[in-house]
Design a binder for this molecule. Structure first.
Ligand code: NAD
Length: 289
């Protein structure tokens, strides 16, 4: 029997690659419900899987910020069960905190935090009743350690860590596994899709010069990190596969294979100062430029 999988945010990036990989499984082990907010963007996915996999792929509309949209997608799952739920949809928000509107901050939390939680809420009763299932969430290094100019994004991803860990403890009693797949930079549309303050934007008009200088350095740092160290979505998909196939999945997977050294540093010193100065040095010190 095929494993039934539903993935959110499949119009691009990690969600798209994962949907393609699972739907193209040589042994046809999965029935994939690839969901996306805007079905007009389904061409890329269709192009990747061609018509070979009609029986392993279904594309559904699902906006994770709409409860009814989530329920409608759930009700269109013909198998009436969910084996593997992948909460992947997410957006970024970058810029000096004082320049961000409440609306834009709410939107990030709506998608990343409440969108993930509501998706889980919709499928949880069914998984509990069957006494099996695996919930996977695309996590981020920004959910484990703070990053300047990403305060609200990090808040949303830190929040997911807490929500998932809390849930994992309870769901052990239901034979339901929860896993976070922690990604560093990945080559996707993420940087294009995120809401980002650009130097020169009117929203930055009243921001002080030191902040703007540091923001400029941050953007350069970010650009070079993505250029030099970003993983490809295939690398991330491998880690998802490992988690999905494991008989006893871990709670956290690190896509780079190891815990990032700054995350280790943070864990090693609960007082937190060493992490804060090390990160600041790595991003802003002029020797780096
Ligand atoms: P992406 O922008 O290509 O994909 C994100 C997807 O989420 C898009 O398809 C987008 O349409 C979808 N989405 C946004 N709002 C939605 C909504 N309301 N309902 C349904 N779908 C919605 O970027 P990605 O890198 O593939 O991002 C996937 C996940 O990976 C995100 O949760 C992101 O936070 C996380 N992540 C990405 C990186 C990175 O560097 N790319 C690093 C760490 C974590």
């Amino acid at each position: 029997e095929k494993k039934v999988v539903l993935i959110t945010g499949c119009s691009s990036g990690i969600g798209l690659s994962l949907a393609v990989r699972l739907a193209s499984d040589p042994n046809k082990r999965f029935k994939v419900y690839a969901t996306m907010r805007n079905l007009a963007k389904k061409e890329r996915l269709i192009e990747c899987v061609k018509s070979l996999h009609k029986d392993t792929l279904d594309i559904l509309q699902m906006d994770v910020t709409g409860w009814q949209s989530i329920l409608d997608a759930r009700d269109r799952v013909v198998e009436k069960r969910m084996d593997i739920l992948v909460c992947n949809a997410g957006v970024g928000l970058m810029g000096p905190l004082e320049a961000q509107s409440l609306d834009s901050m709410r939107q990030i939390l709506d998608v990343n935090l409440f969108g993930t939680i509501q998706t889980i809420q919709a499928f949880l009763p069914g998984m509990k009743a069957r006494g099996q299932g695996h919930i996977l969430v695309t996590g981020s290094t920004g959910g484990l350690q703070g990053l300047p100019f990403n305060e609200v994004y990090c808040a949303s991803k830190f929040a997911l860590e807490g929500a998932c860990e809390s849930l994992a403890i309870l769901l052990q009693h239901f034979n339901i596994h929860v896993s976070l797949v922690e990604c560093g930079p990945v080559n996707t549309d993420f940087l294009v899709n995120l809401q980002k303050a650009e130097l020169g934007d009117t929203s930055l008009q009243h921001v002080d010069n030191l902040t703007l200088n540091l923001y400029e350095k941050y953007l350069q740092h970010c650009g070079s990190v993505f250029q030099n160290a970003a993983q490809d979505t295939e690398d991330i998909v491998k880690v998802f596969l490992e988690a999905i196939q494991s008989p006893s999945p871990a709670f956290r997977y690190f896509t780079s294979g190891d815990v990032p050294s700054l995350t280790k540093l943070k864990a090693a010193e609960p007082g937190g100062s060493r992490y804060i100065s090390a990160l600041s040095k790595s991003m802003f010190s002029s020797e780096e430029q």
